[in-house]
Design a protein around this ligand. Structure first.
Ligand SMILES: Cc1cc2nc3c(=O)[nH]c(=O)nc-3n(C[C@H](O)[C@H](O)[C@H](O)COP(=O)(O)OP(=O)(O)OC[C@H]3O[C@@H](n4cnc5c(N)ncnc54)[C@H](O)[C@@H]3O)c2cc1C
Length: 327
């Protein structure tokens, strides 16, 4: 049995940072068990992505696609992965934590009747009967050490915690595998996908995020100022739940416990207090910059750079200074 399988959802023609981080998890898990890792690309872009994935240091890159995997549905992806794993058993099978894997990995665990740990931060040890893993609990305030005592187990891993493997090494073998038939789930039909489009980078992929809180007073006041700053920096826009709940920005912008978890190079927090639920989604950012008029705001406890100022003065000034320097 090879040690670790990484599953990458191949429904777009580009690899995301999360996909690369999942391969980084594969490398760590393989190092812990003294073995190797393979990659399964699942979806219509499997063949197109295989050359790039073959440079990530895995043993074999398997590609699987079929008409029923053209678009993501939890049932089809879980059934396809279960069919592959029943013919190719792995010690650990992992994928990056995402809204899709939150949905289809538990289904996969049920289909295979194996244990699962979600949103894993670190691999402690892997031996043939037990995998010991660290995951965050209670909004990231505690770290739990989880022991999965079984010869096979599933893991979703938090992409901010795993460095992508250096590409350009020896190329892995690429092996197409047949998808099982009848993957569609009775009673569930894919109707359509309405993808939001934006000129700004995707929150999960961005190197810089400008994040706005209730202190901005909404889309008619401070948010446009922060959007201009984001555009000068080439940054993505994020928000607190207070902003989303007020209807100032859509749900997809929310960062935190019940939103997205991000770890960009630079996180600029503007007019947000730094609640534990918000910190749960961004505290691993490399450099945190905070602008808040309250010197006691909790965000300053995690900030690397803090500016105690009224955002309505500071943000336009900062934007103008950056513009005069050409971004
Ligand atoms: C189960 C649960 C899950 C949750 N999940 C999330 C989550 O995923 N993400 C999330 O963000 N929250 C989440 N929350 C909500 C969270 O508890 C906070 O209510 C929220 O994060 C606060 O948002 P805020 O910082 O924008 O607002 P506030 O806490 O009201 O902070 C506004 C800040 O703006 C500053 N300010 C005001 N005016 C100015 C000005 N002119 N210039 C500069 N600064 C100014 C103030 O000093 C203050 O610090 C969750 C809560 C619960 C109970």
């Amino acid at each position: 049995m090879t040690d670790t399988l990484i599953i990458i959802q191949a429904t777009s023609n580009e690899l995301s940072k999360s996909d690369l981080a999942a391969a980084g998890f594969g490398r760590e898990a393989a190092a812990a068990s003294g073995g190797s890792f393979d990659i399964l690309l699942l979806g219509p872009s499997a063949a197109a992505l295989s050359a790039e994935v073959a440079g990530l240091g895995g043993g074999t890159v398997f590609t699987m696609s079929s008409a029923e995997l053209e678009v993501y549905t939890a049932e089809a992806f879980a059934a396809a992965a279960a069919a592959f794993l029943s013919g190719h058993p792995y010690r650990l099978t992992a994928a990056a934590t995402s809204s899709a894997t939150k949905e289809y990995f538990p289904r996969l665990a049920a289909l295979l009747d194996v244990p699962m740990a979600s949103d894993v931060l670190k691999v402690e040890s892997v031996d043939p009967q037990k995998a010991v893993l660290t995951r965050a609990v209670f909004v990231g305030n505690l770290l739990a050490t989880v022991e999965l005592e079984a010869p096979q187990a599933l893991v979703t891993c938090r992409s901010s915690e795993f460095a992508p493997p250096a590409s350009g090494g020896e190329s892995s073998a690429v092996e197409p595998v047949d998808a099982p038939t009848a993957l569609a789930s009775p009673g569930k039909v894919f109707v359509g996908l309405e993808a939001a489009s934006s000129d700004r980078p995707d929150l999960k992929e961005a190197d810089i995020i400008v994040s706005v809180g209730r202190g901005t007073r909404g889309p008619d006041e401070g948010i446009p100022l922060c959007e201009r700053l984001a555009d000068v920096l080439g940054a993505a826009l994020g928000a607190t739940r207070a902003v989303v709940d007020a209807g100032w920005l859509a749900n997809e912008f929310q960062i935190g416990q019940t939103g997205k978890i991000v770890a960009p190079e630079v996180y600029v927090a503007i007019g947000l207090s730094g609640s534990i639920q918000h910190l749960a989604g961004m505290r691993n950012s490399k450099t945190i910059v905070a602008i808040n008029k309250d010197p006691e705001a909790p965000i300053f406890e995690v900030a690397d750079l803090g500016l105690v100022a009224d955002l309505f003065d500071a943000v336009p000034e900062l934007t103008a200074a950056l513009e005069s320097r050409g971004g």
